[in-house]
Design a protein around this ligand. Structure first.
Ligand code: F6P
Length: 544
């Protein structure tokens, strides 16, 4: 990046900071008194509505934020990603999860069109899935009733989140997900399953991840208790054909992909095998179509109407400019209950980096902590802090106009009213005068009235956004996931981060390997620090 451009970016960040300081005390509710604000600070794409009018962002802030996007030449970077350039510069790789959902495209990587292979694998998975779902491919005890997907991180969170989200469309075998190295996870999952009618999918991009390979061995031993050729009831999704073969999985049941698909971006391809088995190829294709629709929108819409760009700008405003350390994702949809965990990996593994692409220290904060739970559950747990804690947590609500249970429409209306009530309450708050009047009506007076009223004050003016969707379908889910992926991309480009590596997970893996012989008693812990030695002693003591 040229020095001039770096100076421009620095100056925009400074101007944003000044603007934030100047407007911090302003009430969002007062901004909304302007009749044009709700429409002006929201965007529709197809049937999606993204409303960010309940934030403190105004036209001036928006113009500065948009200046950031121009200064980093987002368009060029975006086009480079879609065209297969090696934008993952620390690993020398392209970033092409978008190719998995734009199957008619042609994408050239290192001089070769990669799409014929992508299409061929997609068709092979479809054929396999059709045969499993129809019972043509069976286990030793007949048609498959259960699928156990063994994977972790992106090889688990994506398919697990999507399978749950699309439960109303599931008409195939039941899908279960095992990720944790804690033996409790696989033990609890396999208990009650019949090995003779269960298929195990080993889902691992690298096919080396300790958790996944250990659980796969455990599942193989479990399968062998009842099935004469246990590996015959395994399938694998991986970039490493050698390793899947060494594990003993028939090549006909191995579905490969390239290293240009990042783990946390991989649900669109073979890693989505369990999803396709659950909901069928047509629904899976509708999910891909939703993702492709968001890709087209991201590529074509002007920044001011571009959903991923706007989500990113709101995120940058709240975290890097206002300094709010976290953001809560609050889907008012029980079937999106795994979405916050999925987004945690997507956002925090992508943008939780302290150096820029060129290795220099980041001049701004890295990406925020992302967390959340579905509403209304969270309301009865942590919303207390969101409303009355000393810190501010920007909230991102997601809600569908229509549910999947027409016979329970009255419950859906209650869900909607709760979602809207929360963003309204966060914004409006309740003043001391209001709280005092309420408590006075209850008969309190004097110092006790004052004391009790103060506990009932809500500062309000707390920002939130709402993404409203028509219904949680395969298509809209695809749109939502691609929307968040591109948001992460835009935030990463503005921050100058490589959003596609994850070196920060390596040190812990190395140290865990080194601790294994110590815990097994084959090596002593002398070289470890005193705290670790103490913990090793405690954890290896023979229970009395
Ligand atoms: O350790 C982090 C990570 O590499 C994630 O990025 C990835 O999604 C996960 O582990 C699982 O990796 P794999 O699919 O190679 O088993």
């Amino acid at each position: 990046m040229t020095l001039g451009r770096m100076k421009t970016i620095k100056s925009i960040w400074e101007q944003l900071k000044t603007r934030q300081e100047q407007t911090a005390d302003r009430r969002i509710a007062e901004l909304l008194a302007d009749g044009a604000r709700a429409a002006g600070f929201s965007v529709r794409h197809g049937e999606l509505l993204f409303d960010f009018s309940k934030t403190n962002i105004d036209a001036g802030a928006m113009s500065l934020l948009s200046g950031l996007v121009d200064a980093v030449d987002l368009d060029a970077r975006r086009d480079a990603m879609f065209s297969g350039a090696a934008i993952n510069e620390t690993e020398g790789r392209a970033v092409l999860h978008t190719a998995l959902r734009n199957l008619d495209a042609s994408v050239v990587v290192d001089g070769r069109d990669v799409m014929p292979d992508v299409r061929a694998t997609h068709a092979r998975i479809q054929a396999f899935v059709r045969d499993v779902r129809s019972g043509k491919i069976q286990g030793q005890g007949g048609a498959y009733t259960d699928i156990v997907n063994i994977g972790i991180g992106g090889s688990d969170l994506g398919p697990a989140m999507v399978c749950l989200a699309l439960a109303p469309y599931a008409d195939g075998p039941r899908c279960h997900f095992v990720s944790n190295i804690d033996g409790a996870h696989i033990a609890d999952t396999l208990r009650g399953l019949n090995p003779e009618t269960t298929m195990v999918i080993v889902a691992s991009k690298t096919f080396t991840t300790v958790e996944t390979m250990t659980n796969a061995e455990t599942a193989l031993a479990w399968m062998a208790t009842k099935v004469s050729t246990p590996a015959g009831q395994f399938a694998a999704v991986s970039t490493s054909a050698d390793k899947t073969a060494a594990f003993g999985i028939d090549a006909a049941r191995v579905f490969g992909f390239e290293d240009w698909v990042g783990g946390r971006y991989s649900v669109w391809g073979p890693i989505g095998l369990s999803v396709m088995l659950a909901v069928g190829p047509e629904n899976f294709d509708a999910f891909l179509a939703g993702g492709a629709d968001m890709d087209a929108h991201f590529r074509q819409a002007a920044p001011a109407r571009n959903l991923p760009v706007l989500l990113a700008l709101v995120g940058l405003w709240h975290h890097q400019v206002c300094g709010y350390p976290t953001r809560a994702v609050l889907p008012y949809d029980q079937r999106l209950s795994r979405l916050p965990a999925y987004l945690q990996q997507l956002e925090m593994e992508s943008n939780g980096k302290r150096v820029a692409m060129d290795g220099s220290d980041l001049e701004t904060a890295s990406g925020p902590v992302v967390w959340g739970e579905p509403g209304t559950n969270g309301q009865h747990a942590f919303y207390q802090l969101i409303h009355q804690g000393t810190g501010v947590v920007p909230c991102e609500f997601i809600v569908a106009r229509e549910g999947h249970e027409p016979n329970l429409a009255h419950q859906h209306l209650l869900l909607l009213s709760n979602c809207l009530a929360q963003s309204e309450a966060l914004m409006r708050g309740r003043s001391l005068a209001e709280a005092t009047a309420i408590m006075a009506r209850k008969g309190l007076t004097g110092a006790e009235l004052d004391r009790q009223a103060r506990h009932r004050v809500f500062p309000g003016n707390r920002p939130s956004t709402t993404l409203a969707i028509p219904k949680l379908t395969p298509f809209t889910l695809g749109q939502i996931i691609a929307l968040y992926e591109h948001r992460v991309f835009v935030e990463g480009v503005v921050l100058g981060i490589n959003s596609y590596d994850q070196w920060g997970v390596e040190l812990g893996k190395e140290l865990a390997l080194a601790l294994q012989p110590i815990l097994e008693g084959r090596e002593d812990a002398a070289a470890k620090d005193a705290s670790t030695r103490q913990l090793v002693d405690y954890l290896t003591a023979v229970p009395s």
